[in-house]
Design a protein around this ligand. Structure first.
Ligand code: 13P
Length: 255
C-alpha cells in the first residue's frame, strides 16, 4: 500500500559548519515535527552530525544519510558503510545525488549503493535528473538509462523501499538556470511511472513514491505537492532555515 503522507526530506549537503549549529537547527525542526500529523520528515545531515538523533530524541523525526559506500567493511579510506549509518538510526540514504554523480559516481556505482542500502533494510532515496533539456527528448532517454541502470537487480518485493527523487540539475542550487514548474514535474512523474510499469508492473508503478527536488521553498512547495502531485520534496538550501523548512512541513501536513 502506498504511504499517502507527504515525505519531506532535508538535504543539508556540506552544512552547517559546527555541531552546535547542527543541533540548533535539528532541535527546531524536531519541535515543529512534534506538532504535525500526516507528514513524514527526514533530515539528512553530514555524517559527522548523525549523533544529533541520539541527543535530540524524537521518534517522529527520521534520520537520513547523504551517501554510502557499497562494500560492507574494510580498507576504503573516507567511506562509510550501511551498518555504520544504521547504527546511528539512519532509515533513508540519498543515493545518486547529482552532486555525487559530479564527483564521479557512475550509474553502476549508484546501482551497487542502492542494492547495499536495500540489503541493510534502509530506504534508498534514488536521485535522478538531467543536466539540461533539449527539444528532441534526449533528456528522456538519459532519465530512462539512469532508472534502468540504478534499479538493475532490484526485485519486485524490494521496490517498496525505493523513493525516487526527480531533481533536474538545471533547477538545483544557487546556480539554477530557472525553477522547474509543477507541470514539468508531473510530466516527468508520469514518464518515470511508465518506465517502472514496463520494468515491474502497474501496481509497483502506482505505489512508488516520486518526490521533487530543486530550489524548493515555502512559496513553490505547495504547487509541486498539489498541482505537480509530488509525493514529497527534497529540500536543499531552505532545509537549513528552520522557519522556511518548518513552513514547508506545515503546508505538506495539511494536504
Ligand atoms: P536546493 O534546494 O538548494 O536547490 O537543492 C536541491 C537539492 O539538491 C536537494 O537534494
Amino acid at each position: 500500500m502506498k504511504d499517502t503522507n507527504k515525505l519531506i526530506i532535508a538535504n543539508w549537503k556540506m552544512n552547517p559548519q559546527t555541531k552546535k549549529e547542527a543541533e540548533v537547527i535539528f532541535n527546531k525542526i524536531s519541535i515543529i515535527v512534534k506538532s504535525q500529523k500526516r507528514v513524514e520528515v527526514v533530515v539528512c545531515p553530514p555524517h559527522p552530525f548523525l549523533f544529533i538523533k541520539d541527543k535530540i530524541k524524537n521518534i517522529k523525526l527520521h534520520l537520513g544519510g547523504q551517501d554510502v559506500f557499497f562494500e560492507k567493511e574494510g580498507s576504503y579510506t573516507g567511506e562509510v558503510s550501511t551498518s555504520m549509518l544504521k547504527n546511528f538510526g539512519v532509515e533513508y540514504i540519498i543515493v545518486g545525488h547529482s552532486e555525487r554523480r559530479a564527483q564521479g559516481d557512475s550509474n553502476q556505482t549508484i546501482n551497487k549503493k542502492i542494492l547495499a542500502t536495500i540489503k541493510a533494510s534502509i530506504n534508498p532515496i534514488f536521485c535522478i535528473g538531467e543536466q539540461k533539456r533539449d527539444n528532441n527528448g534526449f533528456y528522456l532517454s538519459f532519465i530512462k538509462e539512469q532508472i534502468h541502470s540504478g534499479l538493475y537487480g532490484v526485485t519486485k518485493s524490494q521496490m517498496g523501499k525505493i523513493v525516487i527523487a526527480y531533481e533536474p540539475v538545471w533547477a538545483i542550487g544557487s546556480n539554477a538556470i530557472r525553477e522547474a514548474t509543477p507541470v514539468e514535474f508531473m510530466e516527468m512523474k508520469i514518464f518515470i511511472k511508465k518506465i517502472i510499469a514496463d520494468m515491474y508492473d502497474i501496481k509497483i508503478a502506482n505505489d512508488i513514491r516520486i518526490i521533487y527536488g530543486g530550489s524548493v521553498n515555502p512559496l513553490n512547495a505547495s504547487s509541486f505537492l498539489k498541482e505537480g502531485e509530488a509525493d514529497g520534496l527534497l529540500v536543499g538550501r531552505d532545509s537549513l532555515n528552520s522557519k522556511k523548512f518548518g513552513s514547508i512541513i506545515s503546508l505538506a501536513a495539511t494536504l
